[in-house]
Design a protein around this ligand. Structure first.
Ligand code: ADP
Length: 261
């Protein structure tokens, strides 16, 4: 039996297929092209063309999760909420039972405290665009550099204080006009995201921080956060964590892979 987990993100749809022993297949597809090229909506349910995506499967259990209220009905899938999906993903990927989970995605930030494998506290911030990955993408565009360039800049960050994503763009343009270097400006963008997330973590103190979501791949954010925690753990597939958790949830419901629980 195979277990398929789907994370319907705001920037990317993540799909993984796992069996009893290990992850078998994975796909990350831009959200727009996923809906446009690989799905059909029939009576309000999304039918996924797995063959077109290139995912082989038989005898499957399908579990999906979404972001915010965007928990769309996938045909044949059980829906779980995103906090559950991400915690299951972190448990499966890290094999840890006690940690704070920080997931920074395209449109939201989730913080979850996990003790003895159980959720004991959580916070979801989906109101502030400037605390999410999309902000970094927009700011990279203004700087006319790629996201890959932006995420590596952490030294001598230019001070950016505007708390709003839209006004932050004007502030950045002002700093460009003042003549600051691109690397320092890019570091300033990364640092401003970190500055907004740091206070949210205050109530979630822990030795270990598990960092997931697409932004977990951001080297500058990793560096800034590593000052505040004894240990930062980035699972092998941080952006796929919600999809992995969904597939793992499906597996557990069928009584599989007890060792990993
Ligand atoms: P969602 O679940 O909302 O689609 P993701 O968890 O996929 O969001 O994260 C998307 C964000 O991750 C993007 O906005 C971007 O900032 C960041 N990101 C995506 N790919 C990379 C990468 N290769 N390196 C660094 N950051 C990335």
């Amino acid at each position: 039996m195979t277990f398929v987990g789907i994370d319907l993100g705001s920037r990317a749809v993540k799909i993984v297929v796992i069996d009893e022993n290990k992850k078998l297949q994975e796909k990350v597809i831009g959200t727009m092209s996923f809906y446009r090229d690989f799905t059909t909506n029939i009576d309000g349910k999304i039918h996924i063309d797995f063959d077109k995506i290139g995912i082989k499967r038989d005898d499957i259990e399908l579990v999906s999760t979404g972001y915010g209220r965007n928990n769309l009905k996938i045909y044949g899938a059980k829906i779980i909420n995103e906090i559950k999906a991400h915690v299951y993903g972190a448990l499966y990927q890290t094999k840890l039972k006690d940690f704070t989970l920080l997931d920074i995605g395209g449109q939201d930030t989730k913080i979850v405290k996990v003790e003895k494998g159980i959720i004991t506290d959580l916070m979801l911030n989906d109101k502030c665009a400037a605390s999410s990955g999309r902000y970094l993408e927009n700011m990279a565009e203004i700087l006319e550099i790629s996201l890959e360039e932006l995420i590596n800049c952490h030294e001598s960050p230019v001070d950016l204080n505007t708390t709003c994503a839209v006004f932050g763009e004007s502030e950045l343009i002002g700093k460009i006009a003042e003549g600051h270097g691109i690397k320092e400006l890019a570091a300033g963008v990364n640092y401003s995201l970190y500055k907004r997330i740091k206070p949210l973590l205050r109530d979630f103190r822990n030795k270990r921080l598990v960092l997931t979501g697409g932004v977990a791949q951001n080297k500058a954010i990793q560096k800034y956060l590593s000052r505040d925690f004894e240990k930062i753990i980035i699972p092998e597939r941080p952006q796929l964590n919600g999809a992995i958790g969904s597939a793992y949830f499906a597996m557990k419901k069928k009584g599989g892979n007890k060792d990993a629980q």
